[in-house]
Design a protein around this ligand. Sequence first.
Ligand SMILES: [Zn+2]
Length: 382
Amino acid sequence: MKKATHQQTKQHNRDLVLRTIFSQDPVSRAEIARITHLTRTTVSDVVTSLLSEGLVKEIGLGASIGGKSPILLSVEANSRFLIGLNLAQDKFIGAIVNLRGEIKETVEVEVHDDNGEKALQLVYQILDQLIRKKFKPIVGIGVGAPGLINTLSGVIVSAVNLEWENLPLGNLLQKKYKLPVLVLNDSQATAIGEYVYGNGHKPDENLIVVNVKHGIGAGILINGRLFQGDGGGAGEIGHVVVQENGAVCRCGKLGCLETISSARAVMQQLEMDSLDAVQSAFEAGNSTAKNIIARAGHYLGISLAGLIGTLNIQKIVLTGDMTRFGAPWLESVNASMQNAALTRMSEGTRLDLGALDFRACILGASAFLLLDGYSLLFTEEN
Ligand SMILES: [Zn+2]
């Protein structure tokens, strides 16, 4: 292995300091040195440069631990912006997000039956609009897209309902907008969003976030890191067959979980064309609606039992359209999950509803960009 160049060392130190300020905010220089094991002089030099770029600010004095009180450093939330896209809804949604995950501006376009090149044009349309907004500078684009995705190469391997096959979305956007781009499966992005910005998740914990909408997918975090598996598809539980010779799925197989437990499946079985209509029937006590939703929850619970048996992760968050059916749906999921998994493992598992709805995907895509690549925030002179 080659020795790190001076430039690489400098970059590494800077990453480390910035990451520490993000996670410990507010924090003193001495504390950063203690956490990162860098010398105080190095920390002080990096901080000086971060201050001069306006990425970080001094926010007053912290408590003294003997000697004079330390100056506390905090991230300047609006010094840089990111774009997050959610391409997994029935409309495409894009947003400008600051360094603290606050959404500043949102743009939506209806997707209708657009797919292939037409759907790609809609992505450009959203980005063109967002880039013209007053929030500057934008330092990267994070995309949460449906389907099987190779995050390292930025390629959408297969997104069935958009008819995208081997689409190099990352490269296309990078060339067009001259910005770093990260492409992530939408359920994985949602998991990151809930983890970073949702309710009370601890650093380095294990977490499964299951996103149940027209499709179904899970994002798996192990020790606080997204686990994508060997092919990027870890958590793609929606296309695992749960009913042999069941209904035809849009992936071509018969009886995938999606054909029973997704929002789309529930609408189809009830022959209703909106989820609002389903909800009205459900709330009015329509017994067919209640049965179909209970069955949707039941099969989802069996799939979750599979995840519990494989991963033994005790914290599962459910998010997406189907959560609108609330406690009764959640109870169906929980009952069949408890029933299908080893009791000693499932009884320690907690099911919760997510905190962020569709925004989780947008925030997750942008946060992933930040967490994995603070180097995005580097300015040219570095
Ligand atoms: Zn399928």
